[in-house]
Design a binder for this molecule. Structure first.
Ligand SMILES: Cc1cc2nc3c(=O)[nH]c(=O)nc-3n(C[C@H](O)[C@H](O)[C@H](O)COP(=O)(O)OP(=O)(O)OC[C@H]3O[C@@H](n4cnc5c(N)ncnc54)[C@H](O)[C@@H]3O)c2cc1C
Length: 445
């Protein structure tokens, strides 16, 4: 192999690409692997600590999940906890912290919905889940009831599995553990400030044209967020998917809550309703968000409207799908309201009234600030066959290629996704998986 030929090339240095790099380097006998990232460092986009809500999603308070989806989320989150036990105490404490987490129902409709959820099968999966009413909330999260109208009903489901995670640090930790394997005679290389612009496949070899010349690999993994769909389309397959970008910004105040307070979310809506969170890097604030806007670009940094248009298929089926998805009354209402949140002056007033005061009735308007630079863009996948949103991440497979598209909560599922990719790659390249090391380090009971 010359030095532009690799067994495996991973494109994208967010948490998804970092997790694949880690899993393959640590648990297989891969000999030559390269990660290519277009920016200057690991995790500068959605996986950055400022870009997301830092929640390890367990599936217990996500009211828009089915039981099956909740069970999957629980497995993915437990895998992250398992990985954390491999870190030294200092690194672990900077990367993950246990915190209180609940979903809050305000008014009769939401309260009844939470009652129903609590008495459904959810407690078989999460026996530690508790239901709280006004007096319980006064004890556990007092600012959610202080100043609230006595006639307004409030109910909450309190999780016993609340964690905030610095996904940026987690991604860096994956990469640094992958690099440790260089000592074991593997070539594990990183290449920053290098953008992949074209992908072709000929006679089983993938050719990647980049801003630093051509690289070749037997297997490629794209972990490039929304761009993964564009690269899949370069191989001329999977024409039945499109992406709607859902942007999310945050407001902040001084610390008002003890932990995470989510709001009730309707089924079929893939992105979480506005919620309140602590910040793992700044104990003095509470964050509120993310909003849900529709920016005409794929990423916060650098991407263009042209790329956005190219991620669609330009046909009548696409238009029909988008019209149907955006014509859903609940989704339309969310998008209209969130459009207003983005307007100068009135936006903050509406957000305060509509969202923040529902969680903390006594908060003062002047204590809320729009936080410039916080937030990201979720690639929401739309299936043109079913004319609906996908809930969760999606993988597209060519023979020796995987394309990962990762909407929220893709950071929580990144490690599990990396493990799945590792197993697929090992089969495709006839690599050996060190099963005893894997079970010892990451195995779940
Ligand atoms: C507002 C918001 C809140 C969220 N909250 C949560 C949460 O609480 N919990 C949770 O689990 N998830 C959450 N998510 C989702 C989570 O942040 C993402 O799913 C996750 O970070 C995706 O990781 P990634 O590595 O796939 O993508 P990214 O982190 O976006 O990384 C993709 C990488 O690919 C690189 N790249 C792209 N194109 C190229 C190219 N052509 N050549 C080379 N490199 C390229 C980019 O530069 C980037 O580094 C949230 C997301 C948003 C936007």
């Amino acid at each position: 192999m010359d030095n532009r030929d690799y067994e495996l090339i991973i494109v994208g240095g967010g948490i998804t690409g970092a997790a694949v790099l880690y899993a393959v380097s640590a648990y297989t006998n891969v000999s030559k692997v390269l990660l290519i990232e277009k920016y200057e460092d690991i995790a500068t986009l959605n996986s950055n600590s400022k870009s997301n809500s830092q929640t390890l999603h367990f599936g217990d308070v996500e009211t828009n999940y089915s039981l099956k989806k909740a069970e999957e989320a629980r497995g993915e989150a437990r895998r992250v906890l398992r990985y954390m036990s491999l870190l030294d105490k200092n690194e672990r404490e900077r990367t993950i912290r246990a915190c209180q987490k609940m979903v809050l129902g305000v008014g009769d409709e939401e309260s009844e919905a939470l009652e129903r959820t609590y008495h459904s099968g959810i407690r078989r999966l999460f026996p530690g889940l508790q239901i709280l009413y006004r007096d319980g909330l006064e004890r556990v999260e007092p600012n959610t009831v202080k100043g609230r109208d006595k006639d307004e009903s409030v109910t909450a489901l309190l999780s016993d599995s609340g964690y905030m995670v610095d996904f940026e640090r987690l991604a860096r930790s994956f990469v640094s553990k992958a690099l440790d394997n260089k000592r074991r005679g593997k070539e594990v290389a990183l290449m920053f400030n290098t953008r992949v612009v074209k992908l072709e496949e000929k006679h089983g070899v993938y050719r990647l044209t980049t801003t630093k010349g051509e690289f070749r690999a037997k297997f490629v993994v794209f972990a490039t967020g929304s761009y993964s769909l564009l690269f899949a389309k370069m191989l001329d397959f999977e024409k039945n998917l499109s992406i709607i970008s859902v942007g999310g910004d945050y407001f902040i105040s001084k610390k008002m809550l003890r932990g995470k307070v989510y709001r009730v979310q309707k089924g079929g809506i893939p992105f979480a309703a506005v919620h309140a969170d602590p910040d793992i890097r700044n104990e003095k604030i509470t964050r509120y968000g993310p909003t849900a806007t529709i920016p005409l670009k794929l990423e916060k940094r650098g991407s263009t409207a042209l790329d956005y248009i190219r991620s669609f298929n330009y046909d009548i089926k696409t238009l029909e799908t988008i019209t149907k998805v955006l014509g859903n009354e609940d989704i339309l209402r969310i998008l209209e309201t969130n459009f207003v949140y983005g307007l100068p002056v009135v936006g903050k007033r509406w957000f305060f009234q509509n969202e923040v005061r529902k969680i903390i009735p006594s908060i003062k308007y002047e204590h809320l600030y729009y936080q410039r630079g916080m937030g990201g863009i979720r690639p929401q996948i739309v299936d043109e066959n079913t004319k609906s949103f996908f809930v969760g991440a999606s993988k597209l497979y060519d023979h020796n290629a995987i394309f990962n598209i990762t909407p929220s909560p893709g950071a929580s599922s990144a490690l599990e996704s990396g493990i799945e990719d590792m197993k697929y790659i090992a089969r495709a390249l006839d690599l050996r998986i060190n099963a005893s090391k894997f079970d010892r380090e990451l195995g779940l009971d």
